[in-house]
Write a protein that binds this ligand. Structure first.
Ligand SMILES: [Fe+2]
Ligand SMILES: [Fe+2]
Length: 277
């Protein structure tokens, strides 16, 4: 995947984003149209978690096999389903071995565009967000959301690229959940994830997890948020959401124009790919 070169058309950069592939035995061979679209239209494929149905290594191995024809770099975050079987570390290793950039509080620069990602967590939104009060279990639940927010903040801080893309599985805002039953909003995301994205001035955020939400919203601060859960995209007969921007100047990015990518550690240092998980 590191050798993959990005297309050089009209100085634009296109992210193909999709979440919730939920791969299983029945999914084999189902991504041929997705792969064709990505290879034809995009410079990078971003996968927004729930890559597998039950978090089994076998399922991600099948996914990796079906994504092998993808000719552009792939970045991803894991989702809650990818943790179901307690095999998240092995899933991450399988993806990394296939050249996929798995972002878990990490960053990567591709063609001068910075990507920062983490899974995120639940807890609700605004004044309705779960507060760290009472039982230890409640405090631990809230703390996990805060930890995920801090991981994303550090990952974004490590990027000094002109364009920064934030990747999450859980939603950072309720606006892209509209369409889901309101009673389950607190399980679909947390507004605690939004603050670091806006503080670090990311340009866009993609998430999944809300299969029946709303595809696009803009926060009060003007941040575009895209829900790219596959079931939602399929309602519009699409396999990926394509997001195109003018290709940024090379200033600030570590990219040398060769099409290769670099992983960036929390302090902005380049880290070994083996540690990038
Ligand atoms: Fe999902
Ligand atoms: Fe999910």
């Amino acid at each position: 995947m590191e050798e993959a070169t990005t297309r050089d058309s009209a100085r634009t950069f296109t992210v193909a984003a999709v979440g919730d592939l939920h791969y299983s035995d029945e999914s084999r061979g189902s991504l041929s149209e997705l792969v064709r679209t990505v290879n034809r239209e995009a410079d990078v494929l971003a996968l927004l978690g729930d890559l597998t149905t039950h978090g089994r290594v076998r399922q991600v191995e099948q996914l990796v096999e079906d994504l092998a024809p993808v000719e552009v770099p792939i970045v991803c975050v894991l989702g809650n389903h990818d943790h179901e079987a307690g095999e998240a570390k092995e899933i991450t290793r399988t993806l990394c071995d296939a050249g996929v950039h798995v972002l878990d509080g990490d960053s990567v620069v591709i063609e001068g565009v910075g990507f920062a990602g983490t899974k995120g967590f639940a807890g609700g939104f605004g004044r309705g967000a779960l507060a760290p009060f009472g039982e230890d279990l409640i405090k631990e639940f809230v703390q996990h959301a805060l930890d995920e927010a801090l991981k994303l903040e550090n990952a974004l801080r490590a990027l000094n690229t002109p364009v920064r893309v934030a990747l999450l599985h859980y939603a950072p805002t309720a606006e892209t959940l509209v369409g889901e039953p309101e009673i389950i909003y607190p399980f679909l995301g947390s507004s605690r994830l939004l603050q670091p994205i806006e503080t670090m001035e990311a340009d866009v955020v993609f998430h999944g997890h809300a299969h029946h939400g709303t595809r696009h919203a803009v926060t009060a601060a003007g941040l575009p948020v895209y829900n790219v859960a596959l079931p939602l995209l399929r309602e519009d007969d699409e396999w990926v959401h394509l997001w195109t921007i003018p290709l940024p100047d090379r200033r600030g990015g570590e990219d040398d124009g060769s099409g290769e990518t670099e992983a960036v550690g929390p302090e902005g240092s380049v880290i070994d790919e083996e540690l990038h998980r």
